[in-house]
Design a protein around this ligand. Structure first.
Ligand code: XLS
Ligand code: MG
Ligand code: MG
Length: 387
């Protein structure tokens, strides 16, 4: 039994933009002072995190001179090496600047699309300099409000061309990035292209180098779409495409809340942690969330500690679930197996003929109780800590 204190071996990461969030929202000004990147690195290391991720402009202002850029990057690298933190993932801010108000790779303006490529190449250079191996594409502004603009089909083509270009750029530079598409259904656009994990997985199959691309699913984003996040993650795992993951929490069908991991849907979080742990996923566990606007800096670190602590507690609960004789008996009851039928379900013309001739007791199949109420309450008891 541990005391649930994280260590770098747990592979927890935060974004500069997450713990650095100042509490600004569309209706209100910041409630906290900004924190410098080297200070964030120092604090995250003290809390037991493994790494820190960034958008280019979380670190280097968009209008920085070359000399300023080099100084900022040098200070940041010094902090990383002083405190033993790594940068596993990098990404581009293609959403804040007004130039991207109608999208970046999917803007109807060829000049904006070319500028987005240039900005992303420079950001990939920065990520590689910091040691990142995963490069995320969240299409923040890649979407529409006015579909009369008529770019629905061309936008997908432009997006594809850009991703193909950037994959070739990465390979030509020897960066070895694995790219992770991060779907989101809406916000800040009314509709964002490739809104769910399933749509991103389908799109990857149309790229020139699909093996370089996977997904970065986010708990809040699938939940905003009214979907079950663990189901989306399972599909990504099944496809061998879970390249990264954004952990947070979210009330269903609302604005993007980026709540502390496990703070809202504890059972969904448990299901997810168990899925990740049982699957052997060994990538970073990234918290893309931020402290509530009500909090001061102490609240930010309480938030960060809480994300990691909840994950570790749920990981221990998953271990207990797998070791619990009562729960395992209920699972064995639910998963009825039959060797003869399994053999018959492998296609041969003979098996197909035998299966067609077979008599099933349909009424008995329909009448069999599955014990899921019992199993679910056992799970609740386990999560409540009384098992
Ligand atoms: C916003 C996204 C963003 C990406 C990185 O909703 O979650 O934070 O993860 O650009
Ligand atoms: Mg998000
Ligand atoms: Mg995210």
């Amino acid at each position: 039994m541990t005391d649930f204190t994280p260590t770098p071996a747990d592979r927890f990461t935060f974004g500069l933009w997450t713990v650095g969030n100042t509490g600004r929202d569309p209706f209100g000004e910041p409630t906290r002072a900004p924190l410098s990147a080297p200070y964030i690195v120092q604090k995250l290391a003290q809390l037991g995190a493994y790494g820190v991720n960034l958008h280019d402009n979380d670190l280097v202002p968009i209008d920085a001179s070359a000399a300023e850029r080099d100084r900022i990057v040098a200070d940041f690298r010094q902090a990383l090496s002083d405190h033993g933190l790594v940068v596993p993932m990098a990404t581009t801010n293609l959403f804040s600047d007004p130039a991207f108000k109608d999208g970046a790779f999917t803007s109807a303006d060829a000049h904006v699309r070319a500028y987005a490529l240039q900005k992303t190449m420079r950001s990939m250079d920065l990520g590689a300099e910091l040691g990142a191996h995963t490069y995320v594409f969240w299409g923040g502004r890649e979407g529409t409000e006015v579909d009369a603009g008529g770019k629905l089909l061309s936008a997908l083509g432009w997006f594809r061309d850009s991703l193909n270009f950037l994959a070739e750029y990465s390979e030509s530079q020897g960066y070895g990035y694995r790219f992770a598409l991060e779907p989101k259904p809406n916000e800040p656009r009314a509709d964002i292209f490739l809104p769910t994990v399933g749509s991103a997985l389908g799109f990857i199959g149309t790229l020139d180098r699909p093996e370089l691309f996977g997904v970065n699913p986010e708990f809040a984003h699938e939940t905003m779409a009214g979907l079950n996040f663990a189901h989306a993650v399972a599909q990504a795992l099944d496809a061998g495409k879970l390249f990264h993951i954004d952990l947070n929490d979210q009330k269903m069908s609302r604005f993007d809340q980026d709540l502390r991991f496990g703070s809202e849907n504890l059972k969904g979080a448990f299901t997810l942690v168990k899925l990740l742990e049982d699957s052997g996923y060994d990538g970073p566990l990234h918290f893309d969330a931020h402290a509530l606007r009500t909090e001061d800096e102490a609240g930010v670190w309480a938030f960060a500690r809480g994300c990691m602590r909840t994950y570790l507690i749920l990981k221990e609960k998953a271990r207990q679930f797998n070791a619990d004789p009562g729960i395992q008996a209920a699972l064995a009851e639910y998963h009825r197996t039959d060797d003869e039928l399994a053999a018959l379900s492998r296609f041969t013309p003979e098996n197909a003929a035998a299966l067609k001739d077979r008599t099933f007791d349909r009424a008995a199949l329909g009448g069999r109780g599955l014990g899921l109420e019992h199993l679910d309450q056992l799970t609740n008891d386990l999560l409540f800590g009384i098992r």
